[in-house]
Design a protein around this ligand. Structure first.
Ligand code: GTP
Length: 385
């Protein structure tokens, strides 16, 4: 069986070259006869320089969302993503159809889904809708994050460290395999980054050099003493993080390094299948168990309430309201039309089951006839009766 397509989700700060990178990898796959399927999740982008098969802008008008909900640009992006996330089942359905075309058709399934995201990283990575979109994608396909970095703007130790901490937070938030893509290498070689990530002493050397040049300002808080030691310890702390990443140097302008990028995607795809998928499935099972246990509690609570109601209203049993209230009052409270089956089915298990199910439906809980909790409660009612 052919391998499932891998979803490559491109995340990067505004100006990092994310869109140019998307254009480049899209072009590369077309040239190599591996036509990808492309998704644009940036509602605010004006022009997308590549053909997106699914575009958030086709179904959501970002400007209208801002106007309608009286929002600023970031709120507009967030709300557009929220609205889009409500359609995620349809989107995943479409992707699955693409990935598994009918055997008789001549459609060649894509090997890659390329996903572009808003430059406002936090609106995507830290929002509920971003989590829903990523989790849904990762539940259906191997998913890899490509974090795009503007190399020329990351060449000082402090900007490098800021970017790495950001990447680290994305890794821990998304819990997906990540490739660091050092972009714009036609302007600035990314060898320094590779060295800093693999050799702590090289980073220290650069740090001392910058300290000597007075890059961090004077001594004291915010000065070289504090900044230098902070960067030093952070660099040590991030060693473990670096070991989980693939780093590639590319130029989206010239196309250099794009081969390496796709080698890294393949490596991360295998890692996803090996390490991340079991973990994802474990998390999904835990969530399902939690939901089932909550449902069980709700069900039991409703059943208990109903048993109490039944006990209270049973003929011959004393009203909980006390002797002072007459049967006539009770008659006023009960409209026989509310219980069309009551007379016919009161002693009948089927009727009881139906009443339980109706009451549960009103609570938003759907149960089948052979639902174990329903069966248990009916058995309990029989014993009690
Ligand atoms: N020299 C060089 N410039 C690049 C490269 N990649 C992107 N750029 C330039 O960087 C600028 C930003 O690129 P975009 O692709 O628009 O960046 P973005 O991250 O999508 O930005 P937003 O659309 O604001 O999110 C543009 O001027 C690009 O031409 C590269 O590899 N080399």
């Amino acid at each position: 069986m052919a391998a499932s397509p891998v979803a490559v989700v491109c995340i990067g700060m505004a100006g990092s070259g994310k869109t140019t990178f998307m254009q480049r990898i899209n072009n590369y796959l077309h040239v190599n006869n591996k036509k990808p399927y492309v998704l644009n999740l940036d509602p605010a982008v004006l022009n997308v320089p590549f053909q997106a098969n699914i575009d958030i802008r086709d179904s959501i008008n970002y400007k209208e969302v801002m106007k309608q909900y009286n929002l600023g640009p970031n709120g507009g992006i967030l709300t557009s993503l929220n609205l889009f996330a409500t359609k995620i089942d349809q989107i995943i359905g479409l992707l699955e159809k693409r990935a598994n075309p009918p055997p008789e058709s001549s459609i060649v399934p894509p090997k890659h889904f390329l996903v572009d995201t808003p430059g406002q990283i936090e609106a995507f990575v830290w929002s509920a809708s971003g989590s829903i979109l990523l989790e849904s994608l990762a539940s259906s396909f191997p998913t890899v994050i490509a974090y795009i970095i503007d190399t020329p703007r990351t060449s000082s130790t402090s900007t490098f460290m800021s970017n790495m901490l950001y990447a680290c937070s994305i890794l821990y938030k998304t819990k997906l395999p990540m490739i660091l893509v050092f972009n714009k290498t036609d302007v600035q070689d990314a060898e320094f980054a590779r060295e800093w990530m693999t050799d702590f002493e090289k980073f220290q050397e650069a740090l001392h050099e910058e300290e000597n040049k007075g890059v961090f300002g004077g001594e004291g808080f915010g000065g070289s003493g504090y900044m230098g030691s902070l960067l030093n310890s952070m660099s040590l702390m991030l060693e473990e993080f670096y070991s989980h990443l693939n780093m590639v140097a590319v130029s989206s302008m010239t196309g250099e390094g794009i081969d390496d990028f796709f080698d890294a995607v393949e490596e991360k795809r295998k890692e996803f299948e090996r390490d991340y998928k079991p973990e994802l499935e474990k998390r999904r099972r835990e969530r399902e168990n939690e939901a089932a246990s909550k449902r069980e509690q709700d069900l039991t609570r409703v059943m208990r309430d109903m048993s109490m109601d039944a006990a209270t209203n049973a003929p011959g049993k004393q009203s909980a309201k006390g002797d002072s209230e007459s049967d006539e009052d009770d008659d006023d409270d009960v409209d026989p039309d509310d219980f069309p089956d009551a007379e016919r089915d009161d002693d009948d298990e089927e009727g009881l089951k139906r009443r339980y199910k109706n009451a549960l439906r009103e609570q938003g809980i759907q149960v089948d006839d052979d639902d174990p909790t329903l069966k248990a409660m009916l058995a309990q009612t029989r014993r009690a009766g």
